[in-house]
Design a binder for this molecule. Structure first.
Ligand SMILES: [Zn+2]
Length: 70
């Protein structure tokens, strides 16, 4: 095991890869940067993250961090 891999549940490995870009689930283009916008409401300050190509929302921040289960 090198410094960039971590064992999950004994069989799945999480590998850090900065040389490839993730694909937007909506426009299927590589996400080179993620835009975010601040929202202020009753629940406090949140950040909404979206694809810079198609403007699709990728995630919304909660207090515990970024989640993708919209
Ligand atoms: Zn997109």
């Amino acid at each position: 095991m090198n410094d960039n891999s971590y064992s999950l549940a004994g069989w799945l490995s999480l590998v850090k890869r900065d040389d490839i870009a993730p694909i937007c689930p909506y426009c299927k283009r590589e996400i080179k940067s993620v835009a975010f916008s601040e929202m202020t409401g009753d629940l406090g300050k949140r950040f909404i993250y979206f694809c810079t190509d198609c403007k699709a929302v990728i995630g919304v921040s909660h207090r515990k961090g970024l989640t993708f289960g919209i």
